[in-house]
Design a protein around this ligand. Structure first.
Ligand code: URA
Length: 263
């Protein structure tokens, strides 16, 4: 294992403990209990005397962080401002375990916006969304309808930092990032939004179940009152695992292309 991987793994483990509510250690120094010359166990002391508290940096609640995110996002008038504001934002606990902020890749203001789930290992290392194997398939899916992140598509996720161990982002993590996602949509004013997978489907529409929802246009209304058309499709990582579903994904891409043509 390389040093960076070890650091990554240690951060993910610490975050996992913190998420599980573990914020205390029983002693300040580690004890090797396999050594023979250990002193006899000391008589039990009261819990308050033997427990050393680990100072936890004060973290706002998810509601507070989401309100802060909303105020910051509202003040951003350009894609660049918003990208810088997200990178400077410390209200999402995922950031502590991530190497990079992964905000977007592609063309600001593009007619097609793709919203995925969360950065994975490759995206965390590169600081760009969808650069791993799933990203390769996403690029081929876009190419199939004559689109590309190099010319006429913008790609983002519902959270901007890699969840530890590639777990799905929690509702709270999604809620904290949501004002930035909404503002990105408003600044992009896309003609169509592709929701890649069940997580962005649920995050943006409240609907669960990508298998039933895929391929059918819906409207998403933002807190500003503006409405945008979204099309849920299978996530490319799912398609890599279940290639038989590419047939349905192909159909959905034709629906997406037609929606973009007619908009
Ligand atoms: N999967 C996603 O949903 N987003 C990424 O950026 C990469 C993989």
């Amino acid at each position: 294992m390389q040093d960076v991987d070890r650091l990554d793994a240690a951060r993910a483990l610490l975050r996992w403990y913190a998420d599980a509510g573990v914020d205390e250690a029983v002693a300040a120094e580690p004890v090797d209990r396999f050594r023979n010359d250990q002193p006899a166990a000391a008589p039990a002391r009261s819990a308050s005397a033997s427990v050393t508290r680990i100072a936890r940096p004060s973290q706002p609640s998810a509601d507070e962080a989401a309100s802060l995110a909303a105020a910051i996002a509202a003040a951003c008038d350009s894609h660049e401002d918003l990208a810088a504001a997200v990178a400077a934002f410390d209200g999402c606990p995922l950031k502590a375990g991530a190497r990079n902020t992964v905000f977007s890749d592609g063309i600001p203001g593009a007619a097609l916006l793709i919203i995925g789930e969360a950065p994975g290992r490759d995206e965390d290392a590169a600081g760009k969304p969808f650069v791993g194997r799933a990203g390769g398939l996403l690029d081929r899916m876009l190419a199939a309808i004559g689109r590309s992140r190099m010319s006429d598509a913008l790609i983002t996720n519902v959270v901007y930092w890699r969840p530890p161990g590639n777990r799905a982002p929690t509702q709270a993590e999604i809620a904290v990032c949501r004002p930035f996602v909404d503002r990105l949509i408003e600044l992009t004013t896309p003609k169509a939004i592709m929701l890649a997978g069940g997580v962005p489907l649920q995050a943006m529409t409240g609907v669960a179940g990508i298998t039933r929802a895929r391929g059918v246009w819906r409207d998403v209304t933002l807190p500003s009152g503006k409405t945008y058309p979204v099309l849920p499709v299978f996530h490319p990582a799912f398609l890599l695992r279940q290639p038989a579903h590419k047939r349905l994904a192909w159909k959905d891409l034709q629906t997406l292309a037609a929606g973009l043509r007619d908009a």
